[in-house]
Design a binder for this molecule. Structure first.
Ligand code: GAP
Length: 422
């Protein structure tokens, strides 16, 4: 089995990611996150929000509606230019992205039509009566919700240029070919910063370089192997319609180097199209700010953290996820489930720890199997309550990565994990 098959199988078996609508045969390009997957995604989002909003004085958050007035997408250029080149096989009529496929149809060897532009926006119909329903779009990028609220944020807060607005949310693209597990889906989640600056190439370059480095370092700070990361600058002919400069952060995936975050210089493209300006009262000037954007995909990030953390030796799978990302931080076990004293003490410790951390409980099978089950889902520490606990109130803590065990006083456990998670 190759690595992608292993990851997909693990994701399904342990409740990270399931195929969308599986009991009805699935639905191409849509995925559902299970109990552990939602924890991993929430942890990624929480860490991102902390570093982008809480730890900065110059960034505030927002959460705009997914469906907006369709005029937003006209102004933003998406109705005209948010397209991929599509070819169709003249024999079997299967459709492909022209820039990702060779000269003949891989399914039947047939000839392709000439490429045509295929718009990626997903249409929806909104309204209460059949006759009165209006066509709208699910957002193709979460970004425009920030731009259309630029004036609202300036007027309702104390932000001053330079400042940023951060947002996390779902986006939808009618991708011609979805694939590589969650990598290219039709519904996905983005985490974006729109950072507004004074117009000008010099300032833009400085801010662009800052965010490019900051974003790559953020992945490394959460345990991603630096050697699996690189920057790739876009050629002029591959940049999105709004970007004057674009650099991708790419991960060395089993299916090749793949983009999972983009840093873009959007200049004044968007605010100008929405007729929005900024008034600098102190300097007595008015201008259209430029925007440096960092745009990451949470699904791709979760997938690459899983791939990066995945280790397999003869007898066990270990997910070496950073403790801040691991779904459970700690698992608590009574050494033997049929000893009431051990069970009661273990439950007490479990109840105390779960007020601070997301904690797993397991009293099935033998201790070795329980360790393996936690290794496979990335739980960094397992706490075992044994007979010695009943005598001296110490427990063993077993470390996922080193498998080393140490004895710690039960009443020091909260402090111990707080320090380890710092
Ligand atoms: N606002 C800019 C923007 O949307 P993008 O490069 O088109 O830029 C940003 O998308 C990120 O969104 C990508 O780096 C990727 O992580 C994620 N993304 C885009 N299309 C995706 C898809 N079909 N499936 C999963 N993630 C996707």
């Amino acid at each position: 089995m190759d690595l992608m098959q292993d990851i997909t199988a693990l994701a399904k078996r342990r409740g990270f990611v399931y195929p969308g609508s599986e009991i009805y045969g699935g639905f191409g390009g849509f995925w559902d996150y299970g109990p552990l997957g939602v924890e991993l995604k929430n942890n990624i989002k929480r860490e991102w929000w902390k570093s982008m909003v809480y730890e900065r004085d110059d960034v505030v958050g927002a959460d705009a509606a997914i469906i907006m007035n369709p005029r937003v997408w006209e102004a933003s250029g998406h109705i005209e230019a948010f397209t991929d080149p599509l070819v169709e096989c003249k024999s079997c009529h299967h459709r492909f992205r022209a820039d990702k496929i060779g000269g003949v149809c891989p399914d039947c060897g047939g000839e392709f039509t000439e490429p045509k532009k295929f718009n990626l926006l997903t249409e929806v119909y909104v309204g209460t009566t059949e006759e009165g329903k209006n066509k709208a779009y699910l957002r193709g990028e979460i970004t425009q919700g920030v731009f259309v609220n630029f004036k609202n944020v300036v007027d309702s807060t104390r932000v001053k240029i330079p400042f940023g607005i951060a947002q996390i949310g779902k986006a939808f693209r009618n991708e011609i070919t979805a694939g590589n597990f969650t990598f290219r889906s039709r519904e996905f989640e983005q985490m974006e910063l729109e950072y507004f600056i004074k117009p000008g190439k010099v300032e833009a370059k400085k801010v662009f370089e800052f965010w490019k480095e900051a974003r790559l370092n953020w992945y490394v700070s959460l345990g991603m192997n630096k050697e699996n990361l690189r920057f790739r600058r876009h050629e002029e002919d591959e940049r999105a319609h709004y970007a004057a400069d674009a650099v991708d952060i790419e991960y060395k995936a089993p299916f090749g180097w793949s983009e999972f975050e983009g840093v873009h210089n959007r200049t004044d493209f968007d605010l100008k199209n929405h007729h929005l300006k900024y008034k600098d009262e102190e300097a007595g000037e008015e201008y259209t700010p430029w925007v440096i954007e960092t745009s990451g995909g949470i699904d791709r990030t979760a997938l690459f953290f899983l791939i990066d953390a995945y280790r397999q030796d003869k007898e066990r799978v270990i997910l070496k996820l950073h403790p801040k990302l691991a779904p459970y931080k700690v698992a608590v076990f009574p050494l033997l489930a049929n000893k009431p004293d051990l069970l009661q003490k273990a439950k007490e410790i479990y109840q105390i720890l779960r007020t601070k951390l997301y904690v797993a409980w397991d009293d099935r099978g033998n201790i070795g199997k329980r360790y393996f089950a936690q290794d496979e889902i990335g739980t960094p520490w397992c706490v075992t309550i044994d007979f010695q606990t009943l005598e001296d109130d110490t427990v063993t803590i077993r470390d996922r990565d080193t498998t080393k065990q140490e004895r710690v006083k039960a009443d020091k456990l909260e402090e111990y994990f707080e320090n380890r998670l710092k």
